[in-house]
Ligand binder design. Sequence first.
Ligand SMILES: Cc1ncc(COP(=O)(O)O)c(C=O)c1O
Length: 396
Amino acid sequence: MAALSASPPTAGVSPSPRPSLVAHKNSVTWSAAAGFPPWRARAAGVTAPPIYWDISKKNWMETPAETIVTENDVPLLSFAEVAERLDEYHASGARNQNYMAMYSSIFGGITTDPSAMVIPIDDHMVHRGHGVFDTAAIMDGHLYELEQHLDRILKSASMAKIALPFDRSTIRSILIQTVSASKCTQGSLRYWLSAGPGDFQLSSSGCANSALYAIVIQSPSLPAPAGCKVITSSIPIKSPQFAVMKSVNYMPNALTKVEGEENGGFTGIWLDDEGFVAEGSNMNVGFVTRSRELLMPRFDKILSGCTAKRVLALAEQLVADGMLSGITSRNVSVQEGKAADEMMLIGSGILVKPVVQWDDQMIGSGKEGPIAQTLFNLILEDMRSGPPSVRIPVSY
Ligand SMILES: Cc1ncc(COP(=O)(O)O)c(C=O)c1O
């Protein structure tokens, strides 16, 4: 039987007070004496052997290759011991983000303890992908475009046949209260509507109640509008029925992003079933044509991005100023896209990010364009001082 997680205490190597990366001729390997978890080593490109967390030594221990874990070696834990281990897991630095508060309709409240931010394994969102989600940025103590994101998650839930656990105004109130409890003024709110826990069947008919989960993540830094490269994705695009819905089935999106990164780019770009430009892994795409027209693919086969829609509205100012000649949503061919003066990615995580290279083709001058930069500034200003229709104050 393969080693799972626990080994006899004697099997480990004594902890060392300071990290040690052992340099070999061609590589650097992780040593159990390093005193820090292997996923940190892997993030640094270092090879890490199988290890386990020794609760009594409070350190990571190397599992000797010859260790055979018998059934009795896997500890049976009380709820209190699980909580203690979850605390230690969190304290180990395995998570690299600040989770400030979580709401769960399962326990019907908010927790600020990251160790308690868990969801049931029999939730159909976990084992069947039967859930939908959405986000909203938190900027200077305000939620940006919450109403627009709420409209979208309710539409996604309806398409996914997920009955709402609460009405819209209650969901909205829970989300704002979660941000308030988090005390986070800069970051993001993420929330999920799930078919709910109940069993491991395929149909959600055995789930007594749908569920709502929300989490607040603090991130003080803002995205920078630095130019990037994109590649045409080889991962099949989702069919329109699933692409227009923001469900948790993001495997194609994740693989498109990874494929883009593996090829030295920021992300992958999908083409639709007719070969027209569709969208990026978790962002929309816009172009500025040679005749200074802002051009975006229609939203009928892709996710209707809240940021892209806001960009389309804010860009009217640039038409009035003469910076743009017009704004159009229609099919965009790859040839037309690659010949554009500017190309940009648009989404709530990046705001507006210029694309300077698509596959082997430089876009425009090969440098960040002025319209992308201006649209980035307009969105940022809208987040900081836009109208009440896009900015909801949180009382802390
Ligand atoms: C597939 C996809 N397209 C586009 C977007 C951009 O949407 P938004 O601007 O609402 O973040 C996202 C973001 O979640 C996405 O996942």
